[in-house]
Design a protein around this ligand. Structure first.
Ligand SMILES: [Zn+2]
Length: 205
């Protein structure tokens, strides 16, 4: 549906693109586009370059699937970190949130989602097999499940636990200091840090 209220098709096109962003309606998109029009050419070029390079050049760590500029991310490459403990998270924002707490010295495994049949996300759609293979290599002694305390998070925890059980690795879950339904990435650093420190052994319910 083309709305004819714009005096320029270029403006219209830019508004269309901005309004594809999550949480951005057409009104906000227009405000952003008009703001951009007032910026220096160099600023706009740098903005456009950052966006186009991001998708073309960004990599995902071959070990933990965190976003990275190289094949192995700086966290996995840091040998001062505890290589025997792996914290399983849903997404890259969760890695950043946990890193901000400075309470965790182990490594991560980014699933890239959780099991959610309603959204058509099954175990094969997220990085579970690579986690099992990674643990199977033998160096990992503890897997900490740090998924959101939602039904999908619980389902995923349980699925991973059942897959890891035969490998004899310790499986723990972060303490539920976080209110039910809250996303991990929005938890404050103190609460999140404490919930990792106070993790408990996973128990089949
Ligand atoms: Zn990594």
């Amino acid at each position: 549906m083309i709305q004819q209220q714009y005096p320029s098709q270029l403006l219209e096109k830019a508004v269309q693109e901005f309004s594809k962003l999550p949480g951005i309606g057409r009104k906000t998109a227009l405000r952003l586009v008009l703001w951009m029009l007032r910026q220096d050419d160099a600023d706009i070029a740098s903005f456009a370059e950052a966006v186009s390079k991001l998708k073309a050049e960004v990599k995902y760590c071959k070990v933990c699937h965190n976003v990275s500029d190289s094949d192995i991310c700086p966290i996995c490459a840091d040998h001062r970190r505890d290589q025997t403990t792996v914290c399983v998270v849903e997404n890259i924002q969760d890695v950043m949130a946990i890193e901000n707490t400075q309470q965790f010295q182990g490594l991560y495994h980014v699933l890239g989602g959780v099991i959610s049949p309603m959204d058509g996300m099954g175990p094969a759609d997220i990085e579970i097999d690579s986690l099992i293979n990674r643990v199977g290599e033998g160096e990992v002694q503890e897997v900490i499940l740090a998924l959101s305390p939602t039904m999908e998070g619980d389902t995923t925890n349980f699925y991973i636990y059942r897959k890891l059980a035969p490998l004899g690795v310790k499986v723990s879950v972060i303490a539920r200091g976080i209110a039910v339904g809250n996303e991990l990435e929005y938890a404050d650093e103190v609460t999140l840090g404490r919930s990792i420190t106070n993790r408990t052994l996973f128990e089949e319910k």
